[in-house]
Ligand binder design. Structure first.
Ligand SMILES: C[S@@+](CC[C@H](N)C(=O)[O-])C[C@H]1O[C@@H](n2cnc3c(N)ncnc32)[C@H](O)[C@@H]1O
Length: 279
């Protein structure tokens, strides 16, 4: 919505700003998203008393506070849409097929990462489904949620949600794992304790050294915001991050076609999994 405090962004400012966002996060904004940046950032410009994006860009690039402002700005422009048990066929396949197979072969501990976890619904859904399958007593699980946006990571750590996060979730699951307090649904302590969260940028290699090797990566509904080069960079990092065998799940509208030939693709009926096979 445009109001009197909306700061209009000129085409050259848009080019500079979108380039800065891209270099920092991999997120690509095309010119038709100009209004989105105006809407999301105008209030911040007003708070900082900037009348134009030209001044804001100068601040971002040259002020000593520019680096922390860049992170603040990224928090304002990311799309954080998510909900519990989203595209749950993939989680079910991991929990009911892949993990039991790997356990049969002798594996006793698993590391699962929700890369771009937003407010935490995805990694908590993984923990809930592992619990439903009774797997926590049979093996060790390290579940990690990572997102570039500091604010969503802090929300994830709190584990408090509104009804909008539960679209399509059976009430039996909602009642079993969440305590209602007014409009807020608080996740059970047991599930909360199963998930760790980390603020991190999928574009930066320093993140991957902090994470260590993993068995499963869920990276869903984020690559759609990246261009081909940024996708390639992230997927190459994922390949190195995975154990062999290791499994990568993308969002239903995302694909590795034209991005990577390193993975084997398996269509298991309710979704697709990309596999890093043993040598
Ligand atoms: C639409 S949400 C997807 C949430 C969840 N994976 C799902 O499918 O429901 C996209 C998330 O990607 C995060 N994101 C965007 N660029 C990122 C980057 N370079 N590194 C880490 N997270 C990023 C955003 O902050 C946002 O929370």
């Amino acid at each position: 919505m445009i109001n009197s405090n909306t700061v209009k962004i000129k085409d050259d400012e848009f080019a500079e700003l979108s380039d800065l966002i891209y270099k920092h996060s991999g997120i690509t904004f095309t010119i038709n998203k100009k209004y989105l940046l105006e809407n999301r950032l105008s209030r911040r410009l007003n708070e900082l008393n900037f009348n134009s994006f030209k001044d804001y860009l100068y601040f971002l690039k040259y002020d000593f506070k520019g680096k922390s402002e860049l992170n603040m700005m990224i928090n304002l422009v990311t799309i954080n849409e998510t909900y519990f048990l989203r595209e749950k066929g993939q989680i079910e396949y991991m929990v009911n097929v892949l993990i039991p197979q790997m356990m049969k072969a002798g594996k006793k501990s698993f590391k699962i990462i929700s890369a771009a976890c937003s407010t935490g619904e995805e990694p908590y859904s993984v923990a809930i489904m592992l619990n439903e399958a009774g797997l926590f007593s049979k093996a060790r699980f390290d579940i990690l949620g990572v997102d570039i946006n500091y604010n969503v990571v802090e929300t994830a750590k709190k584990g408090q949600y509104r009804t909008v996060s539960f679209r399509g979730v059976p009430s039996s699951i909602q009642n079993k794992y969440f305590k209602k307090d007014g409009f807020v649904y608080e996740i059970s302590r047991e599930i909360k304790s199963r998930v760790r969260f980390l603020q991190g940028n999928l574009m930066e290699s320093s993140l991957y050294s902090k994470v260590g090797k993993v068995d499963f990566i869920f990276c869903r509904n984020v690559l759609i915001y990246f261009d081909v080069d940024a996708k390639k960079r992230v997927i190459d990092n994922f390949y190195r991050l995975l154990n062999t065998p290791g499994y990568l799940f993308l969002g239903h509208s995302e694909t590795l076609s034209k991005i990577s030939t390193s993975f084997k693709m398996n269509n298991f009926g309710r979704g697709i999994v990309y596999i890093k096979e043993g040598l």
